[in-house]
Design a protein around this ligand. Sequence first.
Ligand code: AMP
Ligand code: GLY
Length: 422
Amino acid sequence: MKILIIGSGGREHALAWRGVHEGHEVSCAPGSAGMEADGVRCFGEVGVSDAAGILGLARDVGADFVLVGPEQPLVEGLADDLREAGVATLGASRASAVLEGSKAVAKAFMARHGIPTARHVTVTTLDEGFAALDSFEVAPVVKASGLAAGKGVTVPESFDEARSALRACIEGEKFGAAGQTVVLEERMLGEELSFFAISDGVNALTLSAAQDHKRIFDGDLGPNTGGMGAYAPAPLCDDALRERIERDIVAPTLAGLKAEGTPLVGVLFCGLMVSDDGAPRVIEYNVRFGDPETQPLMLGLTAPIMEHLRAAAVGDLRPGRIDVAPSVSVVMASAGYPESSTKGCAISGLDEVDDPDVKVFHAGTRRGADGGWETAGGRVLGVCARGPDLEAAIQKAYATIEGLSFEGAQIRRDIGAHARAK
Ligand code: AMP
Ligand code: GLY
């Protein structure tokens, strides 16, 4: 099978590597040097927002289907353009991508379809916002409604902090139009899960639940990032909880989208909070694979997935589940991340990694003038390992990191520690 993947980060590297591993011919736009090293044909001149270029490429390489990685091109309508031109595509339409592109729309959708989530109020002015704050007993979470690369959410400790966050969204420059509409949401307590379902618009194929580590520092301290590490399967998500998530959240979400005339042919990523009594509620929806979650998922899959992704893209998916063997990804990020990132630092040790249970995915690297690897982004590497259990996978990932270095690397030392303690 010939697969064309859109994107260039660690998530896309993991998907492309998996495709090659399953014996397929994988191309990627724009792709990365890290993918090329794994036998993926990359087209660096074709960007993720270049719909015409991507369509031409899909035809040139004879893609059986196109898999779109990041949210931005989905929100812009790339999947619609490809499907209209007759190219099978696994990626949300512009209309269904609104679930990710607007938190206000997503919250209203959940309310319409009885999908469990926290109470919220949507506001568009400071006065409305200040008035709405009074209706919460505990300072609510403040969310810029639009896309903000995972950085538009403040979980305040006080009402004063909530007011500042609200002001920053509505009056500040930081989020632009994305912050003009703000969702104030009851603060939920519990443990977070990342739950993925692949859909052809009707049926769902679910993967073992993963857990992400969003904060930059150990102990979940410091600002939110795109994700500093992840593991799967999450011990918290036993069979009973998985069934409950499939029945109470995934099924009504897909059915609701279909009923509203905007079926999701793509990936439904539910960010969930599971309370102490085991009840899952939706924190947010995304309509794509998560990063870094996809890295341990692709490394640990216990059965091939690419044929299912194609089946979903052509509207012929059989419902089911795929399990994942214990796997982890530990991110090595640049100095300054998430506020900024340094580029061009030499990375040593990459070519010495040699273990069938270890894979280092490239999130932000490039070849330097001397042909060696150097940093080229905020998140640089996703160091992944699998093992007979999570403990072994975690140890293997950190042992691999011992052999890798670049100046100023930021690494959380507690990825998976929580699961380990269970
Ligand atoms: P989001 O971008 O909506 O996933 O939010 C980013 C992070 O903020 C989540 O992963 C949670 O850690 C936290 N968060 C968002 N909404 C809530 C909520 N209602 N209660 C508690 N934490 C939340
Ligand atoms: N790791 C969370 C995300 O991809 O949004």
